[in-house]
Design a protein around this ligand. Sequence first.
Ligand code: B4P
Length: 194
Amino acid sequence: MRIILMGPPGAGKGTQAKIIAGRFGIPAVSTGDIFRANVSQGTPLGVEAKRYMDAGDYVPDEVTNAMVRDRICQDDAKGGFLLDGYPRTVAQVAELDTMLADTGAALDAVVVLTVNDEELVQRLLNRAHVEGRTDDTEEVVRHRQDVYNEQTEPLLAVYDERGLLVRVDGIGTVDEVSARVFEALHASPDSAAI
Ligand code: B4P
């Protein structure tokens, strides 16, 4: 099972990634989480990523691609994985295609969570209170939405043409959204396979 989870900032990718990956018994690979772990440990990758993340910009493709390649080669990802927040650019799609071709693997589905802009801003400002993330100020959030619309939204058409795109309404409780995801993937709540 190889799934990509896409959606604008604050759509609930990280929230749903853990639930979906848990159900299918595959690792959730969240580029945002890996960057934040590196930032908090003060690694060279973290120092570089922080500059971009704090401004609401994407971390450069070379850095992100190398990090994902390294992660999905690990043993626990050999049988499948869920990518949370990757790919986000055309160059990342091309690199992921190469990574998959190198291992003879294929994607099963690309799930996109849809949520309107105002709800997204409210969620992220709320998260700012709870988690204190430095990229959750209103100005940076709005910039992140622009970056998403310019660089990532066009990728949906790419995966749609490949017949992989599954759109899921991301408004509702966390449980309601996960139930919709499983239904869209034709997986019963206690099923471990599509
Ligand atoms: P991410 O960590 O991916 O963060 P995100 O898009 O802001 O959040 P997500 O959609 O995961 O929302 P969440 O579940 O937390 O990226 C952060 C940064 O990392 C990027 O801006 C970029 O700089 C860098 N980065 C990451 N990947 C990259 C890549 N591939 N290339 C380059 N740069 C990259 O949910 C948001 C909030 O809503 C939470 O508070 C949650 O509790 C709440 N919520 C979730 N579901 C809800 C629901 N159903 N109802 C109400 N609230 C809900």
